[in-house]
Design a protein around this ligand. Structure first.
Ligand code: ADP
Ligand code: MG
Length: 431
């Protein structure tokens, strides 16, 4: 048991960023019994944040260490438990908090919200499939799960299945491997409501698209409801077959825009009150002013603040907000801009600024570009999409790819690490 714990932390340390590891993994403890495992967190904010951000990975680590399927639960350390009234029927695959009640409506999302509600009242009707698209962190998963919760609650006989398209693919692969395709098909073709999150993930995955296409047709023909989310407008999804994209447009396609200021404030207040905390206006305003384009990041800032104040017993006020945000809200005078980073990187490598933003694949250009993207992520608060835009309109998966690539190179190639150290020194000097 001790040994297992040790291996868990070792593995997690490798898998997560240092900062994530220190803040979110180190403070949890692990209890394992014969057929279940509890991941114990210091308080409720912590639990929710883990559930929504790192729980999948934590589960995977535990399962890989035990080498068997085991139920993994997130719990709150007994002394810190706060009460949240449980709703009557909870679907095991849906995040508890992602309900319509907890979804704040504003101009940016009202159409998507109305469509989601309409689907609940008219399953398999006119809005089939419903496709919701938006940039990351704007409420797609929340809304698609809200549909799931509501149908699950209202219609006990209906079979509700929520899958990320990634999990759909993984299960497909293992079903093929273990000759369980029959069960796989049976499972998906007998649902009343199929919720598929983040469809963009199956781009380029031909076999998965084929199987999903067949699932789609079979459900559609029997008038079963399908809801899909995507990080792009369907037509702009690359490497997804046209016949599939066509079908996505048979029903209704709605988008979610970044929330306006008032909605951001309302979301923060709602999130705090969910935890029985009365959030001072000045703090809500402070956070809503600094983070605009990603609700997840905004909530992350709030949660950190709540967790920090509850762990240190310090009063939740603006001075506290200004005290801890260093790693999530940049202090104005210390903020680096993407432009400064681009300029410094291109000077350092002696390449043209326009090349840095180009599509050129030449290594002497692509490596500096990826380093600049990596540093932009590290030192600015911009979203992946915003960073992509500043590099000549790259999409967010390209940005993620660059960041991950450089992270790896830093560990394996000393000279890359040296370059980055040098550039970071230049950046602090020029600040
Ligand atoms: P996406 O799937 O688009 O990346 P999520 O659904 O995961 O985004 O949302 C990110 C976070 O923002 C979640 O914690 C979610 O509850 C919250 N959120 C998004 N939109 C709203 C909203 N309108 N009201 C309340 N919370 C929201
Ligand atoms: Mg999502």
């Amino acid at each position: 048991m001790e040994d297992l714990r040790k291996r868990f932390y070792e593995k997690a340390k490798i898998l997560f960023d240092d900062q994530v590891y220190e803040t979110w993994i180190k403070p949890v403890s692990i209890e394992i019994t014969d057929n279940s495992c509890q991941v114990i967190t210091p308080n409720q904010f912590f639990r929710d944040w883990l559930e929504e951000n790192y729980f999948e990975q934590i589960k995977n680590i535990i399962i890989s260490l035990l080498d068997k399927e085991i139920q993994v639960y997130l719990t709150v350390s007994k002394s810190k438990k706060i009460l949240i009234s449980p709703s009557e029927r909870l679907h095991p695959d849906l995040i508890q908090r992602y309900t319509f009640e907890n979804f704040i409506k504003g101009k940016s999302n009202e159409f998507a919200y109305a469509a989601a509600k309409a689907v609940v009242d008219n399953l398999g009707g006119l809005y089939n499939p419903l496709l919701i698209y938006s940039n990351v962190g704007l409420g797609k998963t929340h809304l698609i799960m809200a549909i799931g919760h509501e149908v699950y609650r209202k219609y006990p006989d209906k079979k509700v299945v929520y899958y990320s398209s990634e999990r759909f693919m993984n299960e497909l692969i293992s079903s093929i491997r273990f000759e369980k395709m029959h069960e796989f098909r049976e499972k998906f073709r007998t649902v009343d409501l199929l919720l598929i999150d983040d469809i963009q993930f199956i781009s380029g995955k031909t076999a998965t698209q084929e199987e999903f296409f067949n699932t789609f047709n079979s459900l559609y023909e029997s008038k079963k409801q399908i809801v899909i989310t995507s990080d792009k407008f369907p037509k702009q999804l690359q490497n997804i077959e046209d016949r599939l994209k066509n079908r996505f447009e048979w029903g209704l396609t709605v988008d979610i825009q970044p929330p306006e200021y008032e909605t951001r404030i309302a979301i923060l207040k709602n999130k705090a009150s969910y935890h029985n905390i009365d959030l001072p206006d000045e703090i809500a305003e402070f956070i809503a002013t600094h983070i605009c384009s990603n609700i997840r990041e905004m909530e992350g800032a709030l949660i950190k603040l709540l967790a920090y104040s509850s762990l240190t017993k310090k009063i939740l006020d603006l001075s506290l907000a200004k005290e801890i945000p260093k790693d999530f809200i940049p202090e104005e005078e210390n903020t680096l801009t993407v432009e400064q980073i681009q300029k410094t990187v291109s000077e350092y490598f002696q390449i043209k600024l326009t090349d840095l933003k180009s599509q050129k694949k030449l290594k002497t250009i692509s490596i500096p570009r990826q380093i600049a993207i990596y540093l932009s992520r590290k030192y600015t608060q911009l979203s992946l999409n915003d960073i992509g835009n500043k590099f000549g309109g790259k999409d967010h998966s390209t940005v993620i790819h660059s960041i991950n690539k450089i992270k790896k190179l830093i560990e394996t190639e000393d000279n890359i690490k040296k370059h980055i150290d040098n550039i970071e020194k230049m950046l602090t000097k020029n600040r």
